[in-house]
Design a binder for this molecule. Sequence first.
Ligand code: HSE
Length: 412
Amino acid sequence: MEKNLKIGLFGFGCVGSGLYEVLNRSQLLDARIKTIVVKDRNKKRSIPASYFSFEAEDILGDPEINVVAELINDSEAAFEIVKRAFRAGKNVVSANKKLIAEHLDELLALANENGVSFLYEAAVAGSIPIIRNLEEYYNNDSLSAIQGIINGTSNYILTQSNEGISYQEALDKAQELGFAEIDPTLDVEGFDSRFKLSILIKHAFGPTIAPEQIPVKGISGIRKIDLDYAKERNYRIKLLARAERIGDTLFAVVAPHFVDSEHFTYNVSNEFNAVVVEALFSDKQLFIGKGAGSYPTASAVLSDISALKFDYNYEYRKSERQIVINTEAPLAVKLMIAADNDINLNDLGLFDIEERYSGVKEQYVVGKILTTKLKDLFARKEISLTLFNDAPTYASAELDEQLITNQQFANV
Ligand code: HSE
């Protein structure tokens, strides 16, 4: 049964103003914004002042408003707003990945208690409808891996750097275009991708993973020697977020990766995002689209609002089957570590070394490392680390066999 939707909007920044525009331009959806709550009383606004209020209660206490669109930057303030909205019996649509990654279970319990929906397609990969696909299409147990580029800003910077634009210039432009976070370290240090990956893991595999559990390395420490290595071998460096299921273990990481021209993300440029989903029978599938920016992100919010017309809610069916992140599992991944010549790369725990190079000033080594060591290595600023995209393996032949058995088991 279609519902009449009256929207209370929190925030009128890049995405909030985009939502206003797309709602006005969309002929198909009979849903209108009634009130917009903003923080800054002095900012000049492009639409009539009668929309605006500075009191959350003007939305939360308005019985006519049945949808809250939470599009503010401050995730702690958003947490309070969303909880109050649920308690007031209002559905919530949000684009706030930090809020969702850090508080999802608590918010879901409250939404369920109050019989309302909580939708957040815009929080991950902007315009790409990935959450609903993971929920609805891949609703059985056949997913084995999900990986992709889920931060538009860092992909924009990496693409522009390839074209000879400096890192700082590209970052400034990303900020100007509205892709970057207010604190862009969230983008370039990989934290934004990590929030999004933890949300994707929930919908792809079931468990709630606190973002801090996922090792993260951003793009700010990439060295010229890494870029040169990539160029010589016809690789590109992409900031990939990966989650791979190996039996009942989940390997998850956000880090720069070398990708070759066969990889689905090789040609994904600028603010475009891409998500590769790997499942037992469908094999690999690529979703691509704009991952940041006013209208693309607002289009995902619009789609959630439209889904509320039919009382849509995520069902989290996969959460019933618990997969634990086995951080003790002796998995190994291939990577390259580069540093100045005065750094000792021999005691980092690399094994199966494939390549070593030492130049006048810099050196690198390519080999394998236990995934349990990634967090500590990622914290070291004096070395750069770039992963290869090969699937993780167990660290010994005997355990490799076990891996094969586990994968077969997982594929049953
Ligand atoms: N800063 C984010 C990005 C915005 O660059 O992807 C979209 O979540």
